[in-house]
Design a protein around this ligand. Sequence first.
Ligand code: DGL
Length: 288
Amino acid sequence: MAGNNAPVGVFDSGVGGLSVLRAIRQTLPDELLLYCADARYNPYGDRSEAFIVDRTLAIGAWLVSHGAKAVVVACNTATTIAVGALRDALQVPVIGVEPGVKPAAAGSRTGVAGVLATAGTLRSSSFQRLVTEYAGTTQLICTAGHGLVEAIESRDLDSPALRARLLDYLLPMLDAGADTLALGCTHYPFLAPLIDELTGGKLTIIDNGLPVAQQLGRRLDKHDLRAQATPMTIAAGTPAALTLYCTGDTTALDWLAQQAFSAPLAPARTVDISSPLTAQDRPFLSLR
Ligand code: DGL
């Protein structure tokens, strides 16, 4: 079993998990972090459950083989569909992220809340369970954010087309009286400023990055795995190192990571992580 100074592994289908990574960085600055973006197979949202389980197991195992003492599935789609399989497969703590149905229902004053998530997340049985367990009398307006992950992965956080698409998703929520919006995809917090602008601040936005980071801290404490600050990091007043890996084109990851973290980061390293369902792919030849 890896020790306290081992890194925490974090992954997503792409750049979205950086929103969770940023919260982990702020909450647990002494943790070494490995981040893997499965850009080669992004987006996960419209893929089959079997494919998402396949990639989740492969990347989780890869992170552990690179020394991870815990794995954060910084992807709602992979969590809702595959976190159980990953917990069964790995010997280290596994932390997932789910849409904030509970805080949305608890926080809504009008009794109407929006949930924006991928199609895969919304049709999963674990999302249905979340709704049954936590929505109570709150009316949820659940909308699949088709095209949003693709926009962010192509470095679009503000184009006219993206604005129009977002308005299509958000106006019906406002018309129904929603005052709260749960962002059920880790990519979407990067659109929060635009959502705020488009809705005139009428929606309280719920992003689960911080609760996931806090949950990670609790799990590390429980297993006595929390990193200790080293004399070097204390002297420099800087957080421990963060290394980025990517299975595809690194352009978006490098671009968004520089925005998400104030300190300059080394460029992402390209890695080939094969899995049973992608074994036929020839390494690196189909990279964009
Ligand atoms: N960030 C992932 C999530 O939280 C995006 C899924 C996708 O690749 O479609 O669901």
